[in-house]
Structure formats: C-alpha cells, structure tokens
Design a binder for this molecule. Structure first.
Ligand code: FES
Length: 139
C-alpha cells in the first residue's frame, strides 16, 4: 500500500497498487492519478498529457519509489519554473512505493480560494485510456 504525502498541506493518502480506478488524467497510478482519486488538488492544465508544467512537484523522499522520468518528461520539466534536481511532473511519474512530494508555491498559486482550479473549464477533457491499462482478461 504505497503512501503519498503532499506538502506543505501535509496530507497523506494511501492506495492499493493495481486497484486505483483510473481518472483518465496522466499516467495510471501517477501522482496526479493518485491525487485525483483521493481528493488532493494538483493542478493539471494540459489534462495530464505532459504538455504543461502545472503538475510540477518536488520529491522530498522516496525518489526511487517513482518510475523513471521519460525523455518527454525531462524535456517538459526543463520549462518548469523553479526547477530542482528532484523535480517531477506529477502526471508522468508512477507511484510504486512511499513518497513525499511538495507542491511548489508558484503552482499552489493556481489554486483559488475554496480549492477549485482557477483554470476551471480550461482543463481539457480526459484523454482516452491507454491500451496497456485496459483489462485484458474478458473471460
Ligand atoms: S498536467 Fe500538464 S504536464 Fe502534467
């Protein structure tokens, strides 16, 4: 049961690997998918398609418990404000174990009072599920 702690709110959520219902934003069981499933607001202006940097997080603990960054993620991260050595895109890193991440201050500023996104309807609709995450056993 991986645990994810989001700072600075210091909210910890946990989930059972392979059992998280995919929220169709970002990679399945990515930090973004975990956040959306468990009620933590993490901005995702491009809908989790590795096309913005609003899901930028800084990993404080458990870097090895996240999937390796793809070239696409690293290229996109280069454009992130306040880039750090342990920066990741929440929509691209898959959670495999316990991690502690911080949502950068500039990113938190996207959140309006009440916790809703100021981007509102500007967030694109979910992308289609990826073939490798669909159930394969249809007996
Ligand atoms: S939500 Fe846009 S890159 Fe992650």
């Amino acid at each position: 049961m991986p645990k994810v702690t989001f700072l600075p709110a210091n909210v910890t959520v946990e989930f059972e690997s392979g059992k998280l219902p995919y929220q169709e934003h970002g990679l399945p069981e990515s930090l973004l998918d975990v956040a959306l499933n468990l009620g933590v607001h993490l901005e995702h202006a491009c809908g989790g398609n590795c096309a913005c940097t609003t899901c930028h997080v800084v990993v404080k603990q458990g870097e090895d418990n996240l999937s390796e960054a793809s070239d696409d993620e690293l290229d996109r991260l280069d454009m992130a404000a306040d880039l750090q050595l342990s920066s990741r895109l929440g929509c691209q890193c898959i959670v495999k174990g316990d991690v502690v991440v911080e949502i950068p201050a500039w990113n938190r500023n996207y959140i309006s009072e009440g916790g809703a996104s100021i981007l509102g309807d500007a967030i694109p609709p979910p992308k289609k599920p990826q073939p490798h995450v669909q159930a394969s056993d249809t007996h």
